[in-house]
Ligand binder design. Structure first.
Ligand code: SF4
Ligand code: SF4
Length: 337
């Protein structure tokens, strides 16, 4: 495994890190096996969030079973604007991870106009600073999906790491963030390097990301086989051939921009809709000529789109501003039997 500096934190992180969203969908034994395989293969950076279901708990369990757990760098994050909420969430993360110390705690999904609130007296930054003074966390980072929110925050000097999406689709939007973060010596953590699992070749997609001066790319993983595939790229001397570049361009054209990245932020649908899965079935139906399989999977769901109560919560949570309800209706038209 290759290791890269995480900005000025003094930490060396594996080029391929572990995105902690998908383990919240699998049984604890499978999550543990996946995490332990990652640690064995040299992946030493694990990212989670308060909002990723029981992801932090599962990471905590796996760390208890890993002898060299002191070598693993844990990053997690919480959405909060005020200090009280952030303080409570930090303590919950510590309890879930079964630890008294977290390496990196990030302000999760910062949006435009929120920087003033989090940095004001009584804002979330106050709780993060206090937690750092108390030794509960070592470094403060931020994550976000909108360059217009990230750039002023990066320039504020209040954060040591920045987590942002980078892949062949999102690259034009975030291209300017990389030199800014590099100039400010921020550690760059790349989320969604595989576009939510939709890229034809995960290896090629990872190579694309790692060919940039980023610290680590954190594909979400939920089985040891995925870990092995992704970790292998982290061991390479990264080179992108002309053929790779041309295939990536073709894929970007095929995927467009208006698609679900499977971030899972909309997973608390009150009607129990598994929204990212429905969009994945739709993608298989419309782009991969797997109509029968996609319809079968959709029919097997406990709740289909007809259960939607139109509350709009999914659209408030979607960092890509997707018209989720409209797209669900389209998917339903294609996938119903
Ligand atoms: S609008 Fe429908 S799909 Fe979206 S969260 Fe509400 S019930 Fe779920
Ligand atoms: S619909 Fe939006 S919030 Fe939900 S998983 Fe897809 S990209 Fe994420």
């Amino acid at each position: 495994m290759n290791y890269r500096e995480l900005g000025n934190t003094g930490l060396l992180v594996s080029a391929v890190g572990f995105g902690g969203v998908p383990i919240n969908r699998v049984e604890p034994d499978r999550a543990t096996a996946t995490l332990l395989r990652a640690f064995e293969l040299g992946i030493n950076f694990v990212d989670s969030a308060r909002s990723y279901g029981d992801s932090e708990d599962k990471i905590g369990l796996a760390l208890q079973q890993y002898e060299a757990s002191d070598d693993i760098i844990v990053a997690t994050k919480a959405r909060a604007l005020d200090a009280d909420t952030m303080r409570t969430k930090i303590d919950r993360s510590l309890a879930a991870l079964q630890t008294d110390h977290i390496h990196i705690y990030q302000l999760h999904d910062l949006r435009e106009g929120q920087l003033e609130k989090v940095t004001a007296p009584g804002g979330a930054l106050q709780a993060l600073d206090r937690a750092r003074q108390q030794g509960k966390i070592s470094h403060i980072g931020l994550s976000g999906h909108h360059p217009e929110a990230l750039i002023p925050a990066m320039r504020s000097g209040l954060f040591e790491t920045v987590q942002m999406p980078l892949n062949v689709i999102d690259y034009p939007l975030f291209a300017d963030n990389i030199p800014i973060a590099t100039e400010l010596s921020l550690g760059i953590v790349v989320m969604k390097p595989l576009c939510g699992g939709l890229m034809e070749s995960p290896e090629r997609a990872l190579r694309f990301v790692l060919s940039h001066p980023v610290s680590t790319a954190i594909p979400g993983m939920d089985c040891p086989e995925q870990v092995e595939e992704n970790a292998a790229v982290g061991c390479e001397q990264i080179q992108l051939s002309d053929k790779d570049r041309s295939k990536l361009k073709d894929e970007a054209r095929r995927l467009g921009k208006d698609f679900c990245r499977r971030c899972g932020y909309c997973q608390r649908c009150p009607a129990g809709l598994r929204i990212p899965d429905i969009f994945r079935f739709e993608r298989y139906h419309s782009s991969y000529f797997m109509q029968d399989w996609a319809k079968e999977q959709y029919a097997g769901l406990e709740s289909d789109v007809t259960s939607c109560i139109e509350c709009g919560e999914c659209e408030k949570m979607c960092p890509y501003d997707l018209p989720v309800r409209e797209k669900l209706q389209q998917a339903h038209q294609h996938l119903r039997g």
